[in-house]
Design a protein around this ligand. Structure first.
Ligand code: GLN
Length: 486
């Protein structure tokens, strides 16, 4: 297979076997981005020069026969809500259009330590609010499998750039499914670790009790390696977990005969398209064939997760986004009469419609007259949903479901209907409310050749079982080896 379409692991082998140099690999990525990205729209900005500098360092090490980290020299993209010093971090918003990061996010520091060339910043829904990437203030992203369809959101650029082999790996952030949904729509693997596993220092906050950074890649091995490179305790993030990450990549292969697999009943019924259902059932049968024990699990409160999420997430967003006021960062409106006028005009001109809608919803939910009726109730339900999950994980090791009830939808088909858009998150949101690790991996295609993703969820901190279970299925199905014809 063409070099850029290979997995990071295969590219690493090509580098250490001196089949190709890191500079050549990065140049191939540059060429492909230059050729494709005008159509695809996956990147907001590019950092080719520093990527080449990093690649040169990798080549020097290889020339001296020094060992290189597994991801050294592998072309990678960052979602454009993560800071990398001296580069723009726009969140795909006019309000941050010219904001230059004054420091590196912890994930950026770690990628740099691992000599990972960062090719640029990937497009997203404005402030990571959306499921289709149509909420970017700058441009849409197209799905590499069908240019008339959405790539999923909010990490649409991160997913499309890997799917289209512009880069081999990328990072996204997941507040309610923004890694898993686009991974599913673009036919790649996306992994949201346990809340607190990866430092959020330098990630521009959306909803702080839900946000988590995670990897996109073409295989479970690749996302595991990227996860290990970025995970771990960070004193700069007060929600970061001071716990060992463990060595998962060395322990991916496991006999799954004793694995207990729960199928989420509520996510296999109404609204799931026939093709998605079929592919999910096929994945479940494959687990059965491998000797796992299958059990149906009911999560009766799951139906409330969207309601709970859109109260909690908007409440936190309204508070987090208060900092964009024309004084501290980014855009400031001109010709203002006084301070209040400046705040109002800056925010009216700087934020797009979805962001404004959420700030208003969140401010309303937190206002003194309604706090008990909405925010407090949502937090109580959030606890009850977590109890349901804890109970389920006493009976099974992993839970599976479709990542989304449908495959990627047409561009513009839901853009005017926010409620319908919110429903695409039905399967993914609960793991953010609960904090558990979850991933989406490709398991098949529908009749229109659009990819179908399977979601696997494990209990908090059990990334090991999650990734082992996903690896066993991936190796058996082989779908991860397929690439779009672009
Ligand atoms: N689609 C969800 C939303 O719009 C999730 C976004 C995310 O995970 N960042 O809020």
């Amino acid at each position: 297979m063409e070099l850029l379409k290979r997995t990071a692991k295969e590219q690493h082998e090509a580098l250490i076997n001196k089949e190709v140099s890191a500079v050549e690999l990065v140049n191939a990525s540059i060429e492909r981005i230059e050729k494709l990205d005008g159509t695809l729209g996956a990147f907001n900005s590019l950092t080719f020069e520093s990527a080449i500098e990093t690649a040169k360092k990798v080549d020097e090490k290889i020339a001296k026969n020094e060992a290189i980290p597994p991801l050294a020299g592998i072309p990678t993209a960052l979602k454009d809500n993560m800071n990398a010093v001296g580069t723009k971090t726009t969140c795909s918003s006019k309000i941050l259009e010219n904001f230059v990061s004054p420091y590196d996010a912890t994930i950026t520091t770690k990628l740099k330590e691992n000599l990972v060339p960062i090719m640029g910043k990937a497009n997203l829904d404005e402030f990571a609010m959306g499921s289709s990437n149509e909420n970017s203030a700058f441009k849409i992203v197209r799905n590499p499998y069908n240019l008339n369809k959405v790539p999923g959101g909010s990490s649409g650029g991160s997913a499309a750039s890997v799917s289209a082999s512009e880069v081999t790996l990328s990072l996204g952030s997941d507040t309610g499914g923004s890694i898993r949904l686009p991974a599913s729509f673009c036919g790649i693997t996306g992994f949201k670790p346990t809340y607190g596993r990866v430092s959020r220092y330098g990630l521009i906050a959306f909803a702080s009790s839900l946000d988590q950074i995670g990897p996109f890649g073409r295989s479970i091995e690749d996302v595991t390696n990227l996860y290990e490179a970025i995970a771990g305790y960070d004193t700069k993030d007060s929600t970061s977990l001071n716990l060992e990450v463990g060595n998962i990549s060395k322990n991916l292969k496991r006999d799954i005969k004793d694995l207990r697999v729960g199928v989420i009943k509520e996510l296999m019924s109404e609204g799931v398209s026939d093709d998605v259902k079929l592919a999910t059932e096929n994945a479940i049968k494959t687990y059965e064939k491998l000797g796992a024990k299958i059990k149906e699990i009911s999560l009766p409160l799951l139906k409330h997760s969207i309601g709970v999420y859109y109260i909690v997430a908007t409440a936190e967003a309204s508070s987090n986004l208060a900092r964009f006021d024309g004084v501290k960062y980014g855009y400031r409106a001109q010709n203002c009469e006084n301070l209040l006028d400046m705040y109002c005009k800056t925010r009216a001109e700087g934020f797009g419609p979805e962001v404004k809608r959420r700030i208003m919803l969140g401010t309303y939910a937190l206002s003194s007259g309604y706090y008990d009726a909405y925010y407090k109730k949502a937090q109580q339900l959030r606890r009850l949903i977590a109890n349901d999950f804890e109970k389920a994980f006493r009976e099974v090791d992993i839970l599976v479901s479709p990542t989304c009830p449908t495959t990627a939808f047409d561009l513009n088909s839901k853009a005017d209907n926010p409620l319908e858009m919110y429903l695409t998150d039905i399967a993914t949101i609960s793991s953010n409310l609960v904090g558990s690790p979850a991933l989406s991996m490709p398991v098949g295609f529908d009749k229109e050749n659009m990819p179908i993703g399977l979601q696997i969820i494990a209990k908090k901190l059990d990334e090991l079982t999650l990734l082992q279970a996903a690896y066993a299925l991936e190796q058996e199905l082989g779908v991860y080896n397929l690439r779009p014809d672009i």
